[in-house]
Design a protein around this ligand. Structure first.
Ligand SMILES: C[S@@+](CC[C@H](N)C(=O)[O-])C[C@H]1O[C@@H](n2cnc3c(N)ncnc32)[C@H](O)[C@@H]1O
Length: 352
């Protein structure tokens, strides 16, 4: 863990939010794209929050990152009690802070841990402190400044939220798949699979095409193939590819991922197979999952070479683990993440 340093005048302390479980990928991406002075991967002891101390000139570069959702410029950090008295500490702490405000503001709070107050209470007292100190008007709907006052266990973090909408929204979605994946997770999966420029990538359960679009937007010269058994998904994915301007890099095929020999040309090899597997919850077909997982991993095997990687998202880790072993795969990595409130696993396999 890196310590929070005393801030030099040319550096900025930032807290970025992400999907819990991929904080290390945020740090990797940040160190590639920014001049990282200090970092802490679970800021305030909370998953999904990463502390980055960066050069002031690099702040704009954060908006180009693919592994994060929100960017908060930290103004002040202080400890608070979890009893009702904590609210007075928050009032005083916010009043003390020098907050660069526009003509209107709103306070947003995310509270993690057990406290005798709610996030609404925090918003109310922090908002009052700002009105009392600066006399600035509140605008809940469209404020010029979003002040974040987060409480993570015994820590209060005061900052300015620089993002209006989550950076997961990267392109207009023409089609909304009911199980659409968060593109931040798609990016993390592609990173786990170590996608390289020039790779051929297969998503055999492509839905609305999130993984294919992420791959095509981030890596140069890749060739992506998407398969789905539902004509509605294939049609929707096509429209999403157009909206994301990556149509020429991706081929879509209507077909069954459990019989890839009937879908893909004989002799074709894929470098990376990356998929968000059907969870069987929304579709109510939990019983059919072993057949889908087995059929997919069995029929995928001939299309892999010895350096290929397979990266899959599932909530049924044990099922996938046992089936992958049976069909000749070795598990290289298993990562627990939080996907829309559900615990899920990113599993990395290679043919053994
Ligand atoms: C979890 S969703 C994928 C969502 C996608 N990642 C997105 O962001 O839109 C799983 C997809 O697998 C497809 N599917 C289910 N069984 C299949 C099979 N046997 N072959 C191919 N696709 C299948 C479903 O139609 C669904 O679109």
């Amino acid at each position: 863990m890196n310590r929070l340093s005393n801030l030099g005048k040319d550096s900025s302390r930032m807290m970025v939010t992400t999907v819990p479980g991929i904080e290390d990928i945020v740090l990797k991406e940040a160190s590639e794209k920014l001049n990282l002075l200090e970092s802490h991967h679970r800021f305030g002891g909370v998953g999904g929050r990463v502390y980055l101390e960066i050069s002031k000139e690099d702040v704009q570069k954060l908006f180009k990152m693919r592994s994060i959702e929100h960017i908060i410029q930290i103004i002040d950090v202080f400890t608070v009690k979890n009893t009702k008295g904590g609210l007075d500490e928050i009032y005083r702490g916010v009043y003390r802070s020098s907050i660069p405000l526009g003509s209107t503001f709103r306070v947003t709070c995310e509270r993690i841990g057990s406290h005798e107050y709610t996030s609404m209470d925090v918003q109310r007292v922090a908002g009052q402190a700002i009105v009392d100190k600066y006399g600035t008007k509140v605008n809940l709907k469209n404020p010029e400044t979003i002040v974040r006052v987060d409480v993570a266990h015994d820590l209060c973090i005061v900052g300015i939220q620089l993002t209006r909408t989550s950076l997961r929204i990267r392109y207009p979605r023409a089609f909304h798949h009911p199980s659409a994946l968060n593109p931040v997770i798609a990016y993390a999966m592609l990173r786990c699979a170590e996608v390289q420029p020039g790779d051929r990538i297969l998503d055999a359960f492509c839905g609305g095409g999130t993984i294919l679009i992420e791959a095509a937007q981030v890596w140069e010269d890749i060739e992506a193939i998407g398969i789905d058994i539902s004509p509605k998904s294939i049609d929707g994915a096509q429209r999403n590819l157009e909206a994301a301007k990556v149509k020429s890099k991706v081929k879509l095929i209507l077909g069954d991922a459990t019989r890839l020999e009937k879908v893909l040309p004989e002799g074709l090899k894929v470098d990376k197979a990356v998929s968000n597997l059907p969870f069987g919850i929304r579709s109510g077909r939990l019983k059919g999952l072993p057949k889908i997982y087995s059929g997919f991993l069995r029929s995928l095997r001939p299309f892999l070479n010895e350096t290929s990687k397979v990266c899959l998202l599932t909530i049924h880790k044990e099922l996938l683990k046992s089936i992958s072993k049976r069909f000749g795969y070795e598990m290289l990595e298993s990562r627990r993440i939080v996907n829309g409130g559900l615990i899920a696993h990113i599993i990395l396999l290679r043919p053994s």
